[in-house]
Design a protein around this ligand. Sequence first.
Ligand code: HPA
Length: 277
Amino acid sequence: MNNYLNKMHETVNYIQKKVKEIPKLAIILGSGLGSLADDIENKVVLAYKDIPNFPISTVAGHKGELIFGTLNNVPIIAMNGRFHYYEGYDLKETTYPIRIFKLLGVKTLILTNAAGGINTSFKKGDLMIINDQLSFFAESVLRGPNMDEFGDRFIDMSTTYDKEYIKILKEIMNKHIGYFREGVYAYMKGPTYETPAEIRALRTLGADAVGMSTVPEAVVAHHSNIKCAGITCITNMAAGVTNEILSHEEVKETALKAEENFKKVVKEFIQKIAKEL
Ligand code: HPA
């Protein structure tokens, strides 16, 4: 554990040498939001491969950069490319950047992702505000000795996604899209998409969308008292919901179509919450 902490401090030292003022707001750019990186100004870009002890992203089309800069004058850190368990990282590696954010003084984390729609009232391209999560089928990222420097051993999970942020996101989506979707994001380890039977089971359990990221990151953030907001792009209906065969092509195509709305919502959200950071 000490070794893990030492590694983190090495990472933090490197970043602090490269970036003078560290923003209090971080965002993980999921599928469909990568181009937000282009809108960031006054950038300092650190490639994951150059940051000591940082994992390196392996998914085609996912970049591996930590970007420091401003978005409409609000200082932010953007993670362009995240680490997924299905790539072979263990959960500690997957969530390494969140620990680093905490040590750098980040107060709020915006988690974005692509997911399959389980709720049949959703349609492809919808944006869903995450109001809760399910992760029955994966071990907890907090398993093992508790890192007391970050948070308590046993933590309440009823406020993982900040209620005030959810309210703000609803208002923004109503304004820009005319309606909002909200619901429960179910985490599956991947890399296969789910079977239709798994999707029926997840629906029974209360899930509205399913994806292969976000939950470990949200747990680590919440453990260390970082406020979270989560937004999902429904890139496809989940397995068996329609007769369509799922493909990564479809996921990418829908994500691209939803990009403008996604960016609008996220930018306004950042603007709105910036005051209290
Ligand atoms: N399942 C899991 N992850 C996903 C999906 C899905 O249907 N779509 C995009 N990411």
